[in-house]
Design a protein around this ligand. Structure first.
Ligand SMILES: Cc1cc2nc3c(=O)[nH]c(=O)nc-3n(C[C@H](O)[C@H](O)[C@H](O)COP(=O)(O)O)c2cc1C
Length: 247
């Protein structure tokens, strides 16, 4: 058992947060991670308050571990933040951590989370954004390096960003981007992070329900063709997409 400021804050047994990885961050995956002592995250943006209540109450019956709700909120998805207030209020009463990604940190959302009784977190891609998240009242921050998969806001390498953010904020900081092994976890802990946020590695977990050919290709790691920076039409740039010979 590894004790850090993140485990003290959240009650997790290990300093590992499973990243929201879109629809793959489903309750089955988050429950398994919570049961194993990490922070399991569910992508909550597509649930209405009733569905959310059903999902999180069911998870509570299945695990005594720690889990959270993720809101991916680029302006292309959510033009007016009032649109998600009811969802955020509901989630905050049902989970330990409510987190946001892809927008300037917003104090009114953080207030809603705290009023509901949850901890608030923001995943950031720059030091300026980390400072804004801390000033907005976040209890913890995720620093996302450019190595990350999926929606990438980080523009510099993880260790560079992590070092800047640790110098700028007092709340616990998790490191995200390219982490998929115990060695990488140890490395960022040594660099001052309070834990890691892992996304791509969890796609290979059975509970994520990814297509078996995708999982096979991911594990084989046979990169043959690289398509650079195909932007998501709705949410801005994403990680360069790699095609696999076996996929
Ligand atoms: C397939 C995929 C989908 C993602 N979807 C989301 C999302 O819905 N919300 C979010 O906050 N982050 C999302 N991310 C980014 C993760 O939060 C995290 O920053 C990233 O996975 C860390 O890098 P890694 O994949 O190398 O571990 C996604 C990542 C991947 C790989």
């Amino acid at each position: 058992m590894l004790k850090t400021r993140f485990t003290d804050l959240t009650g997790c047994k290990v300093p590992i947060q499973q990243a929201a990885i879109g629809g793959l961050a489903r309750p089955q995956l988050a429950t398994a991670v919570s049961e194993a002592g990490g922070l399991g995250m569910v992508y909550a943006g597509s649930f209405d308050p009733n569905q959310m209540t059903e999902v999180f109450e069911d998870m509570r019956r299945r695990t005594s571990g720690v889990f959270g709700a993720n809101f991916l909120i680029p302006e292309a998805f959510v033009s007016d933040l009032n649109e998600i207030h009811e969802q955020v209020e509901t989630a905050s009463k049902l989970v330990k951590v409510v987190e946001f990604f892809y927008r300037q940190p917003d104090p009114s959302l953080i207030d809603l989370v705290h009023k509901g009784g949850a901890l608030a977190s923001w995943q950031v891609g720059s030091n300026e954004e980390a400072v804004a998240a801390a000033e907005a009242g976040c209890d913890m921050i995720v620093a996302q390096g450019v190595e990350a998969g999926g929606h990438v806001r980080g523009k510099v390498s993880l260790l560079t960003l992590l070092s800047q953010v640790l110098d700028s904020v007092k709340v616990p900081v998790l490191a995200a981007g390219g982490i998929g092994s115990g060695r990488a976890l140890a490395a960022v802990l040594a660099a001052g992070a309070s834990g890691v946020r892992v996304g791509t590695r969890f796609i290979a977990a059975t509970e994520a329900g990814a297509h078996p050919e995708y999982v096979k290709a991911l594990i084989a790691g046979e990169r043959r063709t690289l398509l650079l920076q195909r932007p998501s039409q709705r949410a801005g740039p994403t990680r360069p997409i790699e095609f696999f010979a076996s996929a």
